[in-house]
Each structure stands twice: as C-alpha cells, then as structure tokens.
Design a protein around this ligand. Structure first.
Ligand code: MTE
Ligand code: MO
Length: 248
C-alpha cells in the first residue's frame, strides 16, 4: 500500500491518476470527486482515491465485460513445464485435504444446499481447457485444467443467477469472489484435474476455480465452500487493494 503522504508528495501521482482516468473514461478529477465521494482538496490520501477508483472501475469494467468473448486457448505443446506454484505461503505449506471426507459446502441464494462430494462432482459433464494463467506479480503460464463448468453446477443447485456475486472460501483461509456474468462464462471451470490427473496438492486439490478471463488471484485453490450473494464478498488480495474485477 502507498504510505500516507503530504499533498505536495503525491502531486505527480495525482497527475498520473487524472490522466489515466481521463484517457479511460473522459472523466476529470472533479467528476471523480462526485462519483467516489473523495475530496482531494480536503486532503484525502491518494490511497483512498485509488481504492475508490478501483471500485468505480469494477462497475465500468463489469458493464463492458463481454460474456461471450473467449480467452485464447492453446495447444498441448504450449503447456508450461514445469508449471509454477504460487500462494501467499510456500509450496510445502499447501493444505493437505482428505478426499474421502471433503465436501463442497453450498450456501446463499440457491435452492439446494446439499454439500457436494468429489464423486458427485465427477459425475457431472466435464470440460477441459488449455489456457493462460496470468499472475498480477508479473508472470504467466499455460496449463490444462478440466472439471465442471461453473454454470453447470450453478444450474444443478438452482442458484439465483440474478444475484450479483459468487464467492469462494478455501481451506487455507484464502477467499475470492466473481461477478455472476463471469461465473456463467463458458470457460469458467471448477477444476478437478490438472494435466489430465487429479489436482496435485500444491495446485489446489481437491477443487479449484479456473477463470481464464481474469487474473490468477481470482482463481481460488483448495475450495471448501461456495455461496451466491448480493452482498459484496471481496477477497484475500481484493481486500488489500487489488482491483476486484481484474479482467485479463
Ligand atoms: N487457496 C488459494 N488460492 C489461490 C492462492 C492462494 O494463496 N490460496 N493464490 C492465487 C494466486 S495469486 C495465483 S497466481 C494462483 C496460483 O496458482 P498455481 O499455484 O496453480 O500457479 O492461485 C491463486 N489462488
Ligand atoms: Mo497471482
């Protein structure tokens, strides 16, 4: 996060912000003040403005999101080897989960809250994709994930698809959420397999989301619970200032 600064210190940053805002949306800083409720003249920190702007961007980006546009797909020969691990902890600390007792908890605006075990998830139609995972930290990698298209599971449980968000909670205390349009996107998959084998521990066993239309931190691993809601659920990185929409 940006440390707290005196007005003079953040003038260049403010000018960059204004330029970006104008180029993207034709808005002035005055309009930003109206839209976000941050008044820079009153000494609001750049941090707070960037935060508000990110939430504002979420709304603009959601309106522009084309739910039919597909992320690029690749050939098997393009798959990155070895495939990189990432989490907010080291690889050795990835949670060990017992496949026999694991269940996906379901809650929120759905008709059927029965938890799902792995056998039942595997009995649903499966979809395979070779797509690029793009991490905000500056690397990307191509992998192959297969599993249940999220729209198919949402249909099975009678989810209210007019609700705004689908949220996920993970076994390692990670959490994230996506908008309903992205949840229903044909390439958004609850992956059970990586490279044609059950997900290895470090890559999200037993269930992870794969959202090739979004940055990597929007693809939670080791999912324990899923919920459908109108209340903004945020996320582990989102709540630390990363842009929530984060389209790739
Ligand atoms: N449960 C959980 N999911 C997570 C994370 C995490 O720390 N915990 N990190 C995210 C980030 S920032 C990235 S880039 C990808 C990394 O996935 P990979 O290990 O399969 O490359 O997982 C995402 N999902
Ligand atoms: Mo990431």
């Amino acid at each position: 996060m940006t440390p707290k600064l005196k007005a003079a210190d953040f003038q260049p940053q403010l000018r960059r912000l204004e330029r970006r805002l104008f180029l993207r949306s034709g808005l002035s800083l005055g309009a930003l003040t109206l839209l976000t409720g941050c008044n820079l003249q009153d000494g609001d920190t750049v941090d707070r403005v960037l935060w508000a702007m990110s939430r504002f961007n979420d709304r603009v980006q959601a309106a522009l999101f084309n739910s039919n546009a597909l992320a690029p797909t690749y050939a098997a020969s393009d798959i990155t080897k070895p495939y990189p691990f990432n989490a907010f902890y080291g690889e050795d600390d990835a949670p060990e989960i017992d496949a026999a007792t694991w269940k996906l908890d379901i809650s929120g605006a759905v008709q059927d809250r029965t938890p799902w075990d792995l056998a039942r998830l595997r009995a649903l139609p499966q979809e395979s994709q070779i797509t690029r995972h793009i991490c905000i930290e500056g690397w990307s990698a191509i992998g192959q994930w297969s599993g249940v298209p999220l729209h198919a599971l949402l249909k099975q449980i009678g989810a209210d698809t007019r609700a705004r968000y689908v949220g996920f909670k993970c076994a390692d205390r990670y959490y994230s959420s996506i908008d309903m349009a992205t949840a229903l996107h044909p390439q958004t998959v609850l992956a059970l397999d990586f490279l044609g084998q059950q997900l290895p521990t470090e890559f999200g066993f037993p269930l992870r989301l794969r959202v090739p239309t979004k940055l990597g931190f929007k693809s939670p691993k080791h999912i324990a619970a899923m919920f459908v809601t109108n209340d903004y659920p945020g996320g582990y990185w989102e709540d630390q200032g990363y842009n929530w929409f984060s389209g790739s």
